[in-house]
Ligand binder design. Structure first.
Ligand code: MG
Length: 380
């Protein structure tokens, strides 16, 4: 397998001047004018740098396995402050270092002289090209971090949310052999709720292996892995007896009628993940799922995520906050709206061994938000 440096060279994304010990120390400027606007400029300058996250364990879903995840780290400089952001690109979502770089090159923030005009700026970012949600999130998060720093307040306060009401985060245990699953369950001792990836022939074996170690509440993510609604219903009744509290994306995204039937008949809440992208999708998921799993990399950032959480609450749907494999930058950004959610699955930064930010903490399973301005992360 190529190492990170070889990969980035091959991808044409890294010049010798970019490879530096401090990952965040130098980003690629997207704007020609950046050199003359350095320092305390009142012009927003976006810069970015590719990075590769290393997973502590091989991560297996119902369709793929991987050991690394590419991310793009972004910065927006303005008036002597720096806002940090990030795009995470798990391969199944179709974005990559190359696509995110191509998108970010088109972003010209110099046309906006007021970072507080978030609605206008994000509408412009969204209009640059369809899709590219992780790339859009990378700009959106950096912009929110900057605005919070300009206001000198953390985002949970700006949104009027209580940091003590963020739900305990689940910790994800991937599909594996019973022995490895037991080992991972023991490693997950600090967490109060565990998330299991199901969708293989070994589903009951996986649950029994975990139940042999702990009686903590479990949630399951099937990643569209169950194809038959009757079998899915039987399985969910069995999972309820095993102390499972909800089931995420049990059936394929296009199995809408089967999914609505399952939600109407099964004893546990069903949560849409792959079936959900942005704010416009919530209406069509009403009645098909009981709730939604919001992720910054799916919806394009904090602004869309906050709108989605409030829309879902208004429709009486459950809200769950999720993440991809990400640094503490994006995970912390999402954690600020934790008060709006019933469940949090904010463990993406806990599954990697080369984080470049210090931010949200998990202590005894509880999510502890930083109270610094913006999203409150500090480069390490
Ligand atoms: Mg999921």
């Amino acid at each position: 397998m190529k190492n990170r440096r070889d990969f980035l060279k091959t991808a044409g994304l890294m010049s010798s001047s970019v490879i530096i010990p401090s990952v965040l120390g130098s980003c690629i400027n997207t704007e020609e004018s950046s050199s003359k606007n350095s320092g305390n400029s009142k012009v927003m300058q976006l810069s970015y740098k590719p990075y590769e996250l290393e997973l502590t364990h091989v991560f297996t879903l119902a369709g793929s396995s991987r050991r690394t995840t590419p991310v793009m780290l972004t910065q927006i400089h303005f008036d002597g402050l720096v806002g940090y952001g990030e795009a995470s690109m798990p391969p199944y979502l179709g974005e990559s270092h190359l696509t995110v770089e191509a998108f970010l090159k088109k972003v010209d923030l110099s046309q906006f002289n007021d970072p507080f005009q978030l609605e206008d700026i994000i509408e412009y970012i969204d209009g640059i090209a369809p899709g590219n949600y992780a790339a859009k999130a990378a700009v959106d998060i950096a912009l929110h971090d900057l605005v919070g720093k300009l206001l000198n307040q953390p985002w949970y306060k700006i949104w009027g949310l209580n940091p003590d009401k963020v739900p305990d985060t689940s910790f994800t245990i991937g599909i594996d052999t019973p022995d490895v699953v037991k080992m991972k369950t023991r490693e997950a001792a600090p967490y109060n709720i565990l998330k299991i990836k199901l969708g293989h022939d070994t589903d009951r074996e996986m649950v029994k292996a975990i139940r042999g170690i702990t009686d903590k509440p479990l949630c399951v993510d099937v990643n569209q892995g169950w194809k038959d609604k009757e079998k899915a219903l039987d399985m969910i009744y069995w999972l309820e007896e095993q102390g499972v509290v909800f089931v995420e994306q049990p059936m394929p995204v296009d199995a809408v009628d089967d999914m609505a039937w399952l939600t109407a008949n099964c004893p546990l809440p069903t949560i849409a993940d792959e079936a959900l992208q942005g704010p416009a999708d919530i209406k069509k998921l009403y009645g098909v799922y009981d709730g939604i799993n919001i992720k910054l990399m799916k919806c394009g950032g904090m602004r869309a995520a906050h709108k989605m959480a409030n829309s879902a609450i208004g429709m009486g749907m459950e809200v769950m906050l999720g993440c991809m494999t990400e640094t503490s930058c994006a995970v912390t950004a999402m954690a600020h709206m934790g008060h709006l959610a019933r469940w949090a699955d904010l463990d993406g930064n806990l599954l990697i061994n080369n984080d470049v930010f210090d931010g949200v903490k998990v202590i005894d399973g509880k999510v502890i938000l930083p109270d610094k301005p913006g999203i409150g992360v500090v480069p390490v």
